[in-house]
Design a protein around this ligand. Structure first.
Ligand code: WT7
Length: 653
C-alpha cells in the first residue's frame, strides 16, 4: 500500500456518528431489511429492482456470468432506454411536470417539461436517423451543460446509437484521440460556451481536432453564444435547423438488454485513455435503483440537483439516466459556482427549492474557503439530503457540509463508485444508516465489496488493503472499447484466482466493519475529483521539445484533494528552466490534455529516482512534493539521486 497523506490519516481517527432522524426514517425509500433481503437472494433482489423499468420483452435470466469477466444482465430482455427516461412518464400523465430547470450562466433560464423533453428527443433522434446514424454507430458529443447535451444523449439511446461524451474542457488533441478510437461518425458541439462570464469558442477547437479525421461525416453545432464560427459547408449543420425541421413523433424500438448504450473515456495507468463500455438494461436498473434509494428521491416532490458535468460518469448516471428514469425534476446549471458571485449555488437552491444536492468534496472545501457567511445569507431549508462523490471526503468538510449547507439536519451520503462501476456501489442509506463523516460505509444492498490483502484474503476489522468487488453487478462495465485484453489485464488480473474486480483504490475496515476509502493505489491521480493518469501528463511533458524526461506525482492538496507535481529533466541544449520555461510547460500540458491537467508545480531536476529495472520511484518524489523527509532509498539504482534532487531544489535550480 502507498503511504497515507495527513488528510487520510485524519480519516482514521474520526469517530463521530450521526444516527438517522426518526421522522426521516419513517418516510425513507430505503429500509433496513433490504440488506438481508438482497443477501438471501441476490438475483431475486435485482430482478425486483429491474421491475421499475418498462420492458418490451421480459428477460429470461437475471445474470449470466458464465463468460466472466464479460457479464450479461437481464438476458433476453428488450427495452428502450430513452422511452424509460421520457415517454413513459408522459404516457402516465406527467407530461406537464418539469424535468429540467435549466439555469444558464449569464442568467437566462429554460424550464423543460417531460412532454417537451419527449418532443426534443424525438426531433433529435429523427435528425440523427436522417443523417444515416444506425444502431451501434458512435456519436461524439462535446458540449457544455446545456439542455441539448441531454437531448443528444437521449436521442442516441433512443435509436440504439452509442454516445461518447467528451468533457468540454478537453483539448482538441484529447477530443481527436477519442473520436478516432471510437470511430465516431457524427460530432455534436456548440459555437461557444460561457465560462466565468465570458464566451469562449468551442467549434473552432473542434475544427482543429477534426482536421483529417476520417470517420467523421457530419458536425452538428448548437448555437449558444451567437459568436461567428468557421464553417465547412459540406460537413457542418446547425442543430436548430436540423432538428427544427424534424417531426416530434418517433416510435422507439426495443433493444436487447445488453445493447451498448455508451462509451466514456477515463484515465488508466497508461497514457492512453480507456473507452469504458456500458450497456442498457442492467445499467439503467442500477442507476435508477441507487438514485431512488441513496438520495431518497420522491418523484413530483423533490427538486434534485447534481452539480457534475455530463462529460463525466456522474453526469451520465445521476443527471441523465438515473434521475430521468425516476421522473425527477432537476436543476441543470451551465456555469461555474462563483459566477457572477460566490453564492450562486445557494441562490439557485433557494430559488428552485432544491431538496437533494449532490456535489464533490473539492467544491465543498472551496465553499469552506469562501466563508460560512456566504451560504448563511440564503434560505437553504428546502434541502433534505446531501451527497458527495469523486474522492474521499475529509471529516472536516463532511461536518461543515452538514452544518452549513444541511442546517445540521440533513443526512450526508458519501457515495463511492467509478466510471467503470456505472452506478453507486458503497454508500450509506439515508434514514437507515448512522453516518460517519469520512466513511462511505457499506456496499449497497445487492452489491458486494471487500477489503483484501496482497494475496486476496479479506483483512480483519481494523485492517487495510485493496478494495475489490467480488460479485458482478448490473451496471458494471462490459469492457474496454476495442481492447478485451486491456479490460482483463487492468481489472481482473490482479486477483484472477479469486475472480475479483480490482478497483485500484486502497481501503480499510474500521472496528465496526465500515469501509473507509483511502485514495488510489495505482498511478492515477484525483485532482478535484477528475481522474488523470501520471503517465498521461508525463507523455504530454516529454512531447515538448525542451523536455528530456518527466515524472509526475499527485501530491496531497488542501482544496483539490491532489495536485499535480511534475519533475522534469530538460534537454542539454535547453535553457536553465526559469519561471518562463515552467509557464510554457504548464501551458503545453493544458494544450495537450486540457486545463484540468495543468501541473500545480513543475520542478526542474538533474535526475529522476529509478529502481535498477528503470521504474521511476514516485513514492520518493511524492515525499519531496509533500515536503516530507524522503523515505527508504535502498532500492534505487543510484542512491545519491535524491540528494541531488533535494540539493538542486534548495538552491533554486
Ligand atoms: C475514482 C473513480 C464516481 C464518479 C466520479 C469519479 C475516487 C470516487 C469516491 C468516494 C473516495 C472516491 C476513487 C475511484 N472516488 N468517489 N466517495 N470516496 N474515493 O469517477 O473518474 O471514474 O474516478 O474516484 O479513487 O476509484 P472516476
Amino acid at each position: 500500500m502507498t503511504e497515507q497523506s495527513p488528510a487520510l490519516q485524519n480519516l482514521l481517527t474520526e469517530n463521530r456518528t450521526f444516527p438517522p432522524d426518526a421522522d426521516f426514517s419513517a418516510q425513507a425509500n430505503a429500509k433496513a431489511d433490504m440488506y438481508d433481503k438482497a443477501d438471501s437472494d441476490r438475483e431475486a433482489f435485482w430482478a425486483e429492482q429491474a421491475e421499475r423499468l418498462h420492458w418490451d420483452t421480459k428477460w429470461t435470466q437475471v445474470v449470466d456470468w458464465s463468460n466472466a469477466p464479460f457479464a450479461k444482465w437481464f438476458v433476453g430482455g428488450k427495452l428502450n432506454v430513452a422511452y424509460n427516461c421520457v415517454d413513459r412518464h408522459v404516457e402516465a400523465g406527467f407530461g406537464d411536470q418539469v424535468a429540467i430547470h435549466w439555469v444558464g450562466e449569464p442568467g437566462d433560464t429554460r424550464d423543460i417539461t417531460y412532454a417537451e423533453l419527449k418532443d426534443e428527443v424525438c426531433r433529435a433522434a429523427n435528425a440523427l436517423l436522417s443523417l444515416g446514424v444506425r444502431p451501434h454507430d458512435r456519436v461524439a458529443i462535446q458540449l457544455q451543460m446545456i439542455p441539448e447535451a441531454i437531448f443528444a444523449m437521449l436521442a442516441c439511446a433512443r435509436i440504439g446509437a452509442m454516445h461518447s461524451v467528451v468533457f468540454g474542457g478537453f483539448s482538441p488533441t484529447a477530443l481527436r484521440s477519442r473520436v478516432d478510437d471510437a470511430e465516431a461518425k457524427i460530432v455534436i458541439t456548440s459555437d461557444g460556451q460561457y465560462r466565468r462570464g465570458k464566451a469562449a469558442p468551442m467549434k473552432a477547437n473542434v475544427d482543429e481536432a477534426l482536421e483529417g479525421a476520417e470517420s467523421v461525416e457530419k458536425v452538428i453545432v448548437v448555437r449558444r453564444t451567437g459568436d461567428d464560427v468557421p464553417w465547412k459547408e459540406d460537413r457542418d449543420l446547425w442543430w436548430h435547423e436540423l432538428t427544427g425541421a424534424q417531426s416530434t413523433e418517433h416510435k422507439p424500438e426495443a433493444f436487447d438488454s445488453e445493447h451498448p448504450l455508451y462509451i466514456l473515456y477515463t484515465s488508466g495507468t497508461t497514457g492512453k485513455p480507456k473507452g469504458i463500455l456500458h450497456t442498457s438494461g442492467g445499467y439503467l436498473t442500477q442507476v435508477a435503483y441507487t438514485h431512488q434509494n441513496v438520495f431518497d428521491h420522491k418523484p413530483g416532490e423533490d427538486v434534485y440537483w447534481c452539480t457534475a458535468d455530463i462529460g463525466w460518469v456522474t453526469g451520465h448516471s445521476y443527471i441523465v439516466y438515473g434521475p430521468l428514469a425516476n421522473r425527477a425534476t432537476q436543476v441543470v446549471y451551465e456555469g461555474t459556482p462563483n459566477t457572477p458571485h460566490e453564492g450562486r449555488h445557494w441562490e439557485i437552491i433557494q430559488q428552485h427549492k432544491v431538496s437533494i444536492y449532490y456535489t464533490a468534496p473539492t467544491l465543498i472545501r472551496t465553499f469552506m474557503k469562501w466563508g460560512d457567511e456566504i451560504p448563511a445569507k440564503y434560505d437553504l431549508s428546502s434541502l433534505r439530503v446531501l451527497g458527495s462523490v469523486g474522492e474521499p471526503i475529509n471529516p472536516e468538510a463532511w461536518v461543515w457540509y452538514r452544518e452549513h449547507i444541511g442546517g445540521g439536519r440533513t443526512p450526508v451520503v458519501d457515495t463511492w463508485w467509478q466510471t467503470e462501476t456505472g452506478g453507486i456501489m458503497i454508500s450509506p442509506l439515508p434514514g437507515v444508516t448512522a453516518t460517519k463523516p469520512g466513511s462511505a460505509q457499506r456496499p449497497l444492498p445487492g452489491i458486494s465489496a471487500k477489503v483484501v490483502d496482497d494475496s486476496g484474503n479479506e483483512v480483519p476489522h481494523g485492517g487495510g488493503g485493496y478494495l475489490v468487488l467480488d460479485k458482478p453487478w448490473p451496471s458494471m462495465l462490459r469492457g474496454v472499447w476495442g481492447d478485451d485484453e486491456r479490460f482483463k489485464e487492468t481489472y481482473w488480473s490482479r486477483f484472477s484466482s479469486q475472480g475479483y474486480y480490482f478497483a485500484g483504490d486502497g481501503a480499510k475496515y474500521d472496528n465496526d466493519g465500515d469501509i473507509w476509502l483511502l485514495g488510489r493505489v495505482d498511478d492515477v491521480m484525483n485532482v478535484s475529483g477528475h481522474r488523470i493518469s501520471t503517465t498521461e501528463v508525463e507523455s504530454a511533458l516529454v512531447s515538448h521539445p525542451t523536455v528530456a524526461e518527466a515524472a509526475v506525482v499527485g501530491a496531497s492538496d488542501p482544496t483539490t484533494g491532489q495536485g499535480i507535481v511534475a519533475f522534469v529533466i530538460l534537454r542539454g541544449s535547453a535553457a536553465d528552466g526559469g519561471e518562463q520555461a515552467v509557464q510554457e510547460l504548464r501551458n503545453h500540458v493544458a494544450k495537450e490534455i486540457g486545463p484540468i491537467a495543468k501541473p500545480r508545480q513543475i520542478m526542474m531536476v538533474p535526475e529522476l529516482p529509478k529502481t535498477r529495472s528503470g521504474k521511476i520511484m514516485r513514492r520518493l518524489l511524492r515525499d519531496v512534493a509533500e515536503n516530507r523527509q524522503v523515505g527508504d532509498v535502498t532500492t534505487l539504482a543510484d542512491s545519491s539521486v535524491m540528494e541531488l534532487i533535494s540539493a538542486g531544489l534548495k538552491s533554486g535550480k
